[in-house]
Design a protein around this ligand. Structure first.
Ligand code: CO
Length: 208
């Protein structure tokens, strides 16, 4: 792919936006008030705004390998704190996807160098849910289930943060677990019991 294409696309995109709304970029320049923080995978097939049909300004986005929320990752923690405390987003979404290479790599017994500590967090999710996962004999189904459980655990990691706990208490912030099905294009809401999880883990993770 020649990168010339990108700049041509950009010119066309500007024109399309201005055709619909001549003030589009002027408004964009005024600031942002997104209601949604989206934490997804870096996978090139799982775009954030495009799959949700959202426009610039509507979603604050963080992406990393396998949509992880790791407590000592300064990058994701800074994004969460900024979005929740200052932008005051109403929803935080962790969106995983079937066909996730990061999750697949964590299922392999292989030394992957610098990726090891990152993937270790996914192996920990496996260990937490080993009983359920080992009962699934079909490898493909097991892998899909690990994708879902990983999203759920990353939502729990979100709930462990002081910023999310405070925003839930003070203004009813909601955490959502979604999976994008790469084979159909469908966004699936895993419908995790956010309040139930919160009640269950707060005994240990309460920060107030
Ligand atoms: Co992925």
């Amino acid at each position: 792919m020649g990168l010339d294409k990108v700049f041509k696309n950009n010119e066309r995109w500007i024109k399309e936006k201005l055709d619909v709304n001549p003030d589009f970029f002027e408004n964009l320049g005024k600031g942002q008030q997104p209601e949604l923080l989206y934490i997804g995978c870096s996978d090139s097939r799982v775009t954030a705004e495009e799959i949700m049909g959202l426009e610039p300004g509507e979603a604050f986005v963080h992406r990393n390998i396998a949509n992880m929320v790791i407590s000592n990752d300064l990058n994701v923690m800074t994004v969460i704190n900024y979005a929740v405390k200052y932008l005051k987003v109403k929803h935080v979404v962790v969106c995983g996807h079937y066909g996730c290479g990061g999750v697949k790599a964590a299922l392999k017994s292989e030394d992957m160098g610098i990726l090891n500590p990152w993937l270790r967090n996914i192996r920990d999710v496996y260990r937490l849910h080993k009983k359920e996962l080992n009962e699934i004999k079909d490898e493909h189904k097991k892998y899909n289930r690990l994708v879902e459980l990983n999203v759920q655990e990353q939502c729990i990691n979100l709930i462990k943060t002081a910023a999310v706990q405070r925003a839930f208490r003070e203004r009813g912030l909601i955490v959502h677990a979604w999976v994008f099905d790469i084979h159909t294009g469908k966004l699936i809401d895993l419908k995790i019991d956010f309040e139930g999880i919160l009640k269950n883990i707060m005994e240990i993770y309460r920060l107030e």
